[in-house]
Design a protein around this ligand. Structure first.
Ligand SMILES: NC(=O)C1=CN([C@@H]2O[C@H](COP(=O)(O)OP(=O)(O)OC[C@H]3O[C@@H](n4cnc5c(N)ncnc54)[C@H](OP(=O)(O)O)[C@@H]3O)[C@@H](O)[C@H]2O)C=CC1
Ligand SMILES: O=CCS(=O)(=O)O
Length: 256
C-alpha cells in the first residue's frame, strides 16, 4: 500500500458505476472517499477494499448542502487532498410522458442530478485547485443529455445541464490544471432502472434481457482513463453506447 496515495472522492458509491469506480481506483492503489445514502452498502464496499487501500466512507445525500460541506470539512487528513472527484450520484424517476409525470419526482431528479452535483463540485473546487495539475472532475451525464426520447423529459434535461456545466467549468478552471470530463453512457445494467421504475424487477429484466448492455465496470474503466490521462490532456466528453443500442430516427404523428 503506497505511503501517500492519491485520493478519489466518489459520490453514489453504493451501487452501479460508483461502486465499480471504487473498485477500479482501488485496483490502482488510490485512497477512496466513498459516499452514498445507504450506510450498510458503504460499509460493505469498505470491507471489500480497505485491505488494499485507505477507505473513508461518509453517509451523504448530495442534495443536502450542509451535509456536503460537513463531510468535506471533516475529511481525515489522509483523505483531504482530493485529486479526482467522480460526480456519479444520480437517478431517473418514471419513464412515462411528461403529462403523466409526478412533479415531486421531477424535483427529486433536479435536486439530485443538478443541485447535488453542484453542491459537491463547488465545495470541493478549492481542494481540487489546490492539488492543481493532474486533478480532475469526472461528471457522469448520459446519452440522454443529447438524444431525446419519450419519457426522458427532466432526466435528459438534467444530464444536458451536467454536460454544459462540465464545459463551462473548464473555462473557469483554465490555468489551474484541473481537468473536467463529461462521461455519457448509454443503456447500462445497474440498479438505475429498478430505481426509475420504483422497484419493478420485470422492467429491469425486460430492458436488459437478451441484449448486451454496458456493464458498470465498462464505465469505471472510462472514468479511470479520463481521470488518469497525462496531465496535459483533457477528454471533454466521452459518449459510450453498447453496440446493441443506436438511434430510432424521428417520429411522425399520423393519428390526426
Ligand atoms: N444505468 C444507466 O443506464 C445510466 C446511468 N447514468 C447515470 O449514472 C449515474 C450512476 O447511476 P447507476 O450506477 O446507473 O445507477 P444506480 O442506481 O446503480 O446507482 C446510483 C447511485 O447514486 C446514488 N444516489 C442516488 N441519489 C443520491 C443522493 N440523493 N445522494 C447521494 N447518492 C445518491 C445511489 O446511492 P444511495 O441510494 O445509496 O444514495 C447509488 O449509489 C447516475 O447519475 C445515472 O443518471 C448515465 C447513463 C446511463
Ligand atoms: O441515462 C440513462 C440511459 S437512458 O435510460 O436515458 O437511456
Amino acid at each position: 500500500m503506497s505511503h501517500n496515495p492519491p485520493v478519489a472522492f466518489i459520490t453514489g458509491a453504493t451501487s452501479g458505476f460508483g461502486r465499480a469506480c471504487a473498485h477500479r481506483f482501488a485496483e490502482a492503489g488510490w485512497a477512496l472517499v466513498l459516499s452514498g445514502r445507504r450506510q450498510e452498502r458503504l460499509d460493505a464496499v469498505k470491507q471489500q477494499l480497505e485491505g488494499k487501500v485507505p477507505v473513508h466512507v461518509a453517509t451523504l445525500d448530495v442534495r443536502d448542502r450542509e451535509a456536503v460541506a460537513r463531510v468535506i470539512d471533516e475529511l481525515p487528513a489522509a483523505f483531504e487532498a482530493v485529486k479526482v472527484l467522480v460526480n456519479n450520484a444520480g437517478l431517473a424517476l418514471g419513464a412515462g410522458p411528461a403529462q403523466e409525470a409526478n412533479l415531486d419526482d421531477w424535483k427529486t431528479v433536479i435536486d439530485t442530478n443538478i443541485t447535488g452535483l453542484v453542491n459537491v463540485t463547488r465545495t470541493l473546487l478549492p481542494t481540487l485547485i489546490g492539488v492543481g495539475r493532474g486533478a480532475a472532475i469526472i461528471n457522469i451525464s448520459s446519452t440522454a443529455a443529447l438524444w431525446p426520447y419519450p419519457g426522458s423529459h427532466v432526466y435528459g434535461a438534467s444530464k444536458a445541464f451536467v454536460n454544459q456545466f462540465s464545459y463551462n467549468l473548464r473555462c473557469d478552471l483554465r490555468g489551474t490544471g484541473v481537468r473536467v470530463t463529461d462521461i455519457a453512457p448509454g443503456m447500462s445494467e445497474t440498479e438505475f432502472t429498478l430505481v426509475r421504475m420504483k422497484g419493478d424487477q420485470s422492467a429491469h429484466d425486460k430492458l436488459y434481457g437478451g441484449v448486451e448492455p454496458i456493464q458498470p465496470e465498462d464505465v469505471a474503466e472510462q472514468v479511470f482513463l479520463a481521470a488518469t490521462l497525462p496531465p496535459h490532456l483533457n477528454i471533454n466528453r466521452l459518449e459510450i453506447m453498447p453496440v446493441c443500442q443506436s438511434w430510432g430516427g424521428l417520429s411522425v404523428n399520423r393519428d390526426g
